[in-house]
Design a protein around this ligand. Structure first.
Ligand code: F0G
Length: 355
């Protein structure tokens, strides 16, 4: 199947063709189209600002890239006859799992770390009707527990350790290549937490090159927060050993010390001649403020990308993948000043005159 076929589907009105995931269905999941559970998702915008391209995955139905993998995982869960799905999450996976489970009529059980989930994400997860288990511990503890619980209790696991999730997430890369009329960029920059995206992006690029969709291999840059940097530490040692850390960062989405897709992500960095960088909380929050002030906006984890571009001094065509919406984490927003006034024109004039 050639690229023109995907380009034709893009203009179609059918939900599975419009979906930025299922437009590529032959390379995502071998499934009868009637079985597909799609919102639809994907078909996100690409913005160019200050010489950098931003692919905004926060424009997915539940406000993060997770929907791209979840449509595939939930489609597969139904095919396998599951009645309940579960995940551990820093908030976005749980929101997405809850939404797609609701659509499919499945029960969703989510394991979230105590007190560390951003307000918008928790609100969504509850609104979509998931059973919310708040684990006294961090994400890594919640992840261990859900692995055990799903194994012992026969519940379908929808974390990115589930290969069907990654098959869906490959389409972030394919769609951004399509946005660029299949001219491969020099760099694709992605936040790195549990390492599902890094892994999926590597697989997507290798497949795209092997099928002749692109003639040049872009390089991946995976960016971690300094306080949650096990992958960066391993990269610095040429991946000779795997690190685990006690994670702490303002970017709660990527507050992860022991990422599950570690080995696949190493393969992705190697296959793309990629790099791994770390940025401090100050650097990522400054980048977030800048992305917000461009009129685009994103949640803190997503801003590691621009902070990473700056730190690495990247040149050429650069695509930053913004993974989550601005409103996911309203507590992390640098608020402009709110000035309270009487309902009186003089008050308005006085304030505007004072600059
Ligand atoms: N950005 C956002 C907004 C995220 O929610 C996540 C992960 C990442 C980046 C990191 O992606 O794990 O593929 O390396 N969020 C997961 C969750 C852990 O539970 O929502 P990754």
């Amino acid at each position: 199947m050639n690229r023109d076929y995907f380009d034709q589907r893009r203009g179609s009105l059918k939900p599975i063709d419009r979906s930025g995931v299922w437009r590529f269905r032959e390379y995502v999941l071998d499934v009868d189209p009637s079985q597909i559970i799609t919102h639809p998702e994907g078909a996100t915008r690409m913005y160019e600002r200050e010489g950098v391209l931003f692919k905004h995955e926060g424009e997915n139905p539940t406000g993060s890239f997770k929907d791209r993998g979840m449509t595939v995982a939930i489609t597969q869960a139904v095919r396998e006859g599951a009645t309940a799905v579960a995940c551990a999450s820093t908030g976005n996976t749980s929101a997405s799992a809850a939404a797609y489970a609701a659509q499919a009529g499945l029960r969703a059980i989510v394991f979230i770390p105590s007190g560390k989930v951003a307000t918008g994400k928790l609100a969504q997860t509850l609104a979509y009707g998931a059973t919310c288990l708040q684990v006294r511990g961090d994400f890594d503890a919640a992840m261990k527990l859900v692995l055990e619980a799903t194994r012992k209790l026969g519940i379908y696991l929808v974390n990115s350790i589930n290969p069907f999730r990654l098959e869906g997430q490959k389409t972030i890369v394919w769609e951004l290549l399509q946005d660029l009329e299949w001219n491969a960029p020099d760099w694709i920059v992605v936040p790195a937490g549990n390492l599902g995206n890094t892994s999926a992006f590597g697989k997507a690029l290798v497949e795209a090159r092997n099928r002749g969709w692109i003639s040049k291999m872009p390089r991946l840059a995976a960016i971690q927060a300094h306080g949650a940097n096990p992958f960066y530490r391993s990269f610095r040692e040429n991946f000779t050993q795997r690190h685990r850390v006690q994670a702490e960062t303002v970017a709660s989405a990527i507050r992860i010390g022991d990422p599950v897709s570690f080995d696949k992500a190493v393969a992705a960095i190697r296959a793309t001649n990629g790099v791994v960088e770390e940025v401090t909380d100050d650097e990522l929050m400054q980048a977030k403020r800048d992305i917000d002030r461009m009129g685009i906006g994103c949640e803190p984890a997503s801003a590691t990308t621009l902070a990473g571009v700056r730190k690495l001094g990247l040149k050429g065509t650069i695509v930053c993948v913004l993974t989550g919406h601005l409103l996911k984490d309203p507590d992390a927003i640098a608020r402009g000043e709110i000035i309270e006034i009487d309902p009186d024109l003089n008050a308005v004039e006085r304030i505007l005159a004072s600059g």
